[in-house]
Design a protein around this ligand. Structure first.
Ligand code: GLC
Length: 755
């Protein structure tokens, strides 16, 4: 036994020798090491690397396995490749020690966790953070999350979630970056850089996961775990680009998804996992299944038992089985019966070992179980960053009569179930963010210094026990707090109504048919409106909401998402003008939930909308289009755009042209503007979207200042996946559109010439 350990150690050391003194392993050496270790492994040990168990700490799915005794026995035999939900340096060290001191080959385990928008310092939910369009900020929050996670023994996060989604009924729309593939792709790259840094072996970085591969955001009806009835052109043009971006950015792992794509569960999709990810994209990491998704091939009706599920999933390219119990049940038998070739297992194990070597785990299996790290984490500094990112994520939707920013001497009544709620801003995927640890709106306003404020909750929103696996109860009956709220509203100059969604109204398994203000919130709002119309509605929510009545009647509306730990401070900063709001919607807000799925990059159809009856894309009982469009957001100042100027109105294949626009701050406050650049392919072999985001730039402008913003246009930008299954560019007319949101744009045309 000992001999073998020294053999592993020799292999790792010998091959490592001569490398730079730092912790970087060159790719060549890693491959040599991987093959050397693989050649020592028995079939059982190989299969062991493909098994991931829940540590029992923080269940995020229905636990499928027996108690911890069975898991510990397997760990001691080196038959567990990874654990999830095991937290603290002590816990991960003791689990790793169980493996390293008992198993034959001492192959270190990875420790995964859902660090979705922060670990202990919680940042805005991803949909909200994307509204900042600030890629540097989003990279920084991932970097901070990694620092805090690794201080707690976690070395792998199941993030970023990069499922493009257009349906606000889907509870997990909160977890992604909205409806646009280009914006989601840029966020994916920023998050991978943030989590993984320059070198995965750096003990202050963690492995990232591109999830959920693929099509999860297109589930029919917005119902979680449902079917996604999409063809290959929609899949490749709208859903896959962010995953390609993550793969190109070097993401260490992928996670597959629960849904079917055109009838095949993603976990069973050779097209997705082998033909595209590992084939065309030549990606070298490993795919972990989502929780139990391999065994779920049985209820999908694709497999009759776990053995068949294991056969289908391994052939499809799923490398590691999270809590499914399928690989440990079926793979050995399948090899022995000749139903699968051991080479297919070798490929999966090679991928897993490759990531572990790159993480430096073989050089130091306890590298990420460092008890001293936590005391070095500067949580105060992280909170400052969290406040800054939260402020940038806030979207000003309406500000009639410049009711905002508030003035210090105004008498303010802060009303609503979320006004002093310290828990909801932490969101549903809260990792180790403590319950009730957020700054509430009431606290945030008080933190700004003496002000004449009153507070009334008015009504409860969510009631009873709240946690990941417990259905949320909404208050539909208790109105007892409304009279006090109305009295306080009557006595105030301005009312700040803080309404929206409880943290556990969004997230996994939280799809809703209604996306309006649940419970008694609308009743409270209208009662207050009867006595005081000077209302600022602050929304704290995870998904686009139906706020049509408010948009019509309430003078000021602020979309504040679930902003995390520093929520109340960030909201107060915006309400009182300490920060001039610059957020832009990453997702369309509908007039009514019946319009969902709703998105800006839609097709023109054969009967594009014009007022009347026999035209498409509209409903006879609601105004056409979104209430607030993709890319929309106001500022306390105003911006003017010049007409876009092309460097040429013709572009030849292989060439590039550029487009410039002058943006002027025409108000009297400095502000940040997100300049957006859209393209339309007017005639193509496929029906193409009426516009697609192809670039954006953040510009800071002083009052009266003008800056010229330039975007480069090249052939790559014109590519799309055609009906023949090829990425092509086609000659013809293209429309350029530039503006401060997807609807208010100025345009010009160019011709793409391809002989
Ligand atoms: C959940 C989620 C996935 C998460 C995993 C582990 O079911 O779908 O996003 O990473 O299980 O918690």
């Amino acid at each position: 036994m000992k001999k073998r350990y020294f053999l592993i150690l020799f292999i790792v050391t010998f091959i490592s020798r001569g490398q730079e003194s730092n912790i970087k392993s060159s790719v060549k050496n890693v491959e040599t090491k991987v093959d050397s270790v693989l050649n020592l492994m028995t079939l059982e040990e190989k299969i062991g690397q493909m098994v991931q168990y829940n540590g029992g700490w923080d269940l995020t799915g229905p636990a499928t396995n027996a108690g911890n005794k069975q898991k510990e026995d397997r760990i001691k035999k080196g038959l567990v490749g990874s654990l999830l939900n095991v937290l603290s340096p002590e816990a991960t060290e003791s689990a790793q020690r169980l493996n390293m001191e008992n198993s034959r080959l001492k192959i270190p385990m990875m420790f995964g966790y859902d660090v979705i928008h922060g670990y202990k310092t919680i940042f805005p939910v991803p949909l909200g953070e994307t509204a900042s369009w600030d890629l540097d900020a989003m990279q920084e929050s991932a970097k901070i999350a990694a620092l805090e996670a690794v201080a707690d023994g976690v070395n792998w996060t199941f993030s970023p979630m990069i499922d493009v989604s257009r349906d606000a009924r889907w509870g997990r729309i909160m977890e992604g970056s909205g409806e646009d593939p280009y914006l989601t792709s840029r966020v994916a790259e920023a998050k991978v850089r943030g989590y993984q840094g320059e070198n995965l072996a750096d003990p202050q970085t963690i492995a990232a996961t591109a999830k959920h591969f693929a099509g999860y955001g297109f589930v029919e009806g917005g119902r979680d775990y449902n079917v996604a009835n999409i063809g290959k052109t929609e899949l490749n043009n709208f859903i896959l680009p962010p995953f390609k971006a993550a793969a190109d950015a070097g993401v260490a792992t992928f996670m597959n998804s629960f849904n079917t794509v055109d009838g095949t569960p993603a976990t069973a999709s050779e097209y997705l996992q082998r033909e595209i990810l590992k084939g065309k994209w030549d990606w070298k990491g490993f795919v972990v299944s989502d929780w139990g998704s391999i065994a779920e091939l049985i209820p999908h009706g694709i497999a009759k038992d776990k053995i068949e599920a294991a056969e289908i999933a391994i052939k499809a390219g799923s490398d590691m089985d999270m809590e499914g119990g399928a690989y440990e049940t079926g793979l050995k038998k399948l090899v022995e019966e000749g139903k699968i070739d051991e080479k297919i297992i070798d490929d999966a194990v090679r991928r897993i070992l490759r990531v572990k070597f790159k993480m430096g785990l073989f050089e130091d299996p306890y590298r990420y179980s460092n008890k001293n790290l936590k005391s070095q984490v500067n949580y105060e500094e992280h909170r400052k960053t969290a406040r800054d990112i939260a402020r940038k994520s806030i979207v000003l939707l309406k500000n009639e009569g410049n009711l905002l920013p508030l003035k210090q001497n105004q008498k303010i009544a802060i009303i609503g179930p979320l006004a002093d709620d310290k828990d909801t801003p932490i969101g549903n995927w809260r990792a180790q963010g403590e319950a009730n640890s957020a700054v509430s709106v009431v606290e945030g306003i008080r933190n700004l210094g003496p002000r004449n404020i009153s507070y009334a909750k008015g009504v409860d929103l969510g009631m009873g026990e709240k946690s990941f696996l417990v259905p949320l109860k909404i208050n539909e009956t208790d109105r007892s707090g409304i009279p006090e709220a109305v009295e306080k509203a009557k006595a105030a100059d301005v009312v700040v109504m803080v309404l929206g969604e409880d943290a556990f109204q969004t997230g996994e398994g939280r799809s809703q048919t209604n996306i309006d203000l649940a419970g008694l919130q609308k009743e409270l709002l209208k009662k207050v409106y009867e006595v005081n119309k000077n209302i600022v509605l602050v929304l704290i929510n995870g998904r686009p909401m139906e706020i049509t009545w408010s948009a019509k009647n309430i003078p000021a509306i602020v979309e504040a998402w679930q902003l995390g730990t520093e929520s109340g401070n960030a909201i107060a900063d915006v309400l009182y003008g300490k920060y001039n709001p610059s957020g832009k919607l990453p997702v369309s807000f509908p007039h009514a939930v019946g319009q969902e799925p709703l998105y800006y990059n839609h097709k023109n159809t054969g009967r594009p909308y014009t007022p009347g009856v026999v035209t498409s894309s509209h409903y006879t009982d609601i105004e056409n289009g979104p209430l607030y469009p993709f890319g929309y957001g106001l500022s306390y100042t105003t911006f003017k755009y010049s007409a876009p100027r092309l460097s040429s109105d013709k572009m030849n294949a292989g060439d590039s042209i550029s487009v410039k626009v002058d943006v002027t701050n025409t108000g009297n406050l400095a502000g940040r503007e997100v300049v957006q650049f859209y393209l339309r392919d007017k005639v193509a072999s496929l029906a193409r979207p009426v516009k697609e985001l192809k670039g954006f730039k953040l510009v800071e402008l002083a009052p009266g200042e003008t800056k010229t913003v330039e975007f480069n246009i090249d052939e790559k930008m014109l590519e799309f996946y055609d009906a023949a299954g090829e990425w092509v560019t086609e000659p013809g007319e293209f429309e350029v559109m530039i503006g401060g949101n997807s609807e208010e744009v100025q345009n010009t045309d160019f011709e793409f010439i391809k002989q």
